[in-house]
Design a protein around this ligand. Structure first.
Ligand SMILES: [Zn+2]
Length: 309
């Protein structure tokens, strides 16, 4: 059983229904999640672009002394001296408090549900919601809106023209399945997209003079990446070790292996595609600049000719 992920990862990358043991070691992580007061960088469906979302969580507060009660972070409670009031809407307990961190522990680990909301910093009506359930001292995200796939898909749309319709559909299926916690199924689709990109680089490499076809077909994925190092992003080549997992049969992989390797494989695909996109944009810029230069040349040459005449 894995550790409770840090808040940003739990909100934006962890698929729903994946359970994490809480226990005495994990209850502070649950508090950090529920009272996360920071921001999330993700796609805003309403703005139709990337945005920054601000947590709408009510903070823990210190007992009222003189003046307004100060908001406390979970870290403020770590030394055990400061007591805090949980906000009423956190529904942590019906007792009023204030509580030390140790006193909060049983309430935090009790069977319960809580939600976290975030609003877009461009427009507070654009919101993200996440729902968590604690049950038998384990925590899972049991829902979110928009879905994980909706947050991740827009990033992938820009790759459509490079991937082609069929591979793009597979990429979309992979992201959708992963967003629902389906590890092996998502991995199989993602692997097809990755292998296809390596195969394209290979087709290209074969045409080059001096390419040694040799045993390429029998190589493991990390060896293939190394053999194609001239045609693949440096980061991918340096970290090729992790891609050797793509050479293992699906039957050898557990559901958890597939979930764990999903993000690195997806990042590998995007690194390859980002380089291609960058090349495409450079080519387009060069073409349009050449066109503009030709036009200027066309306008200025006759003038010079008339001046010199
Ligand atoms: Zn927005």
């Amino acid at each position: 059983m894995f550790q409770v992920p840090p808040p940003k990862q739990f909100f934006l990358e962890t698929p729903p229904w994946q359970e994490f043991a809480v226990g005495h070691e994990g209850f502070v992580d649950v508090l950090r999640l529920q009272f996360y007061l920071g921001t999330l960088d993700t796609y805003c469906l309403d703005c139709a672009r990337e945005s920054v979302f601000q947590s709408a969580a009510e903070p823990l507060r210190e007992p009222v002394g003189a003046g307004a009660p100060r908001a406390l972070t979970v870290d403020d409670l770590l030394d055990g001296k400061i007591k805090a009031y949980p906000p009423f809407n956190a529904r942590l307990t019906t007792a009023t408090g204030p509580f030390t961190l140790d006193e909060l522990e049983p309430f935090v680990r009790e069977d319960r549900v809580f939600q976290s909301a975030f609003s877009c910093t461009r427009d507070a009506q654009h919101m993200l919601f996440f729902f968590f359930r604690l049950r038998k001292d384990r925590i899972a995200k049991v829902g979110q809106s928009p879905s994980l796939a909706d947050l991740h898909l827009p990033e992938s749309r820009k790759y459509r023209k490079l991937l082609g319709d069929e591979r793009f559909r597979e990429q979309v299926k992979a992201i959708g399945l992963h967003a629902h916690g389906v590890g092996i199924g998502a991995f199989v689709y993602l692997r097809r997209v990755f292998e296809d990109l390596i195969s394209t680089a290979h087709q290209d490499a074969r045409k080059a003079p001096g390419w040694d076809q040799g045993s390429f077909g029998r190589c493991r994925m990390d060896e293939k990446i190394f053999a194609l190092k001239e045609r693949l992003p440096g980061f991918l080549v340096e970290n090729r070790g992790i891609y050797s997992i793509l050479s293992r049969g699906v039957h050898d992989l557990s559901e958890q292996d597939c979930l764990d390797f999903f993000e690195p494989v997806r990042a590998g695909i995007e690194l390859i595609l980002d380089e291609k996109l960058g090349q495409l944009e450079r080519d387009e810029k060069i073409a349009s600049t050449a066109k503009a230069l030709a036009k200027i040349k066309g306008q200025t040459t006759p003038q010079r000719a008339s001046q010199s005449a």
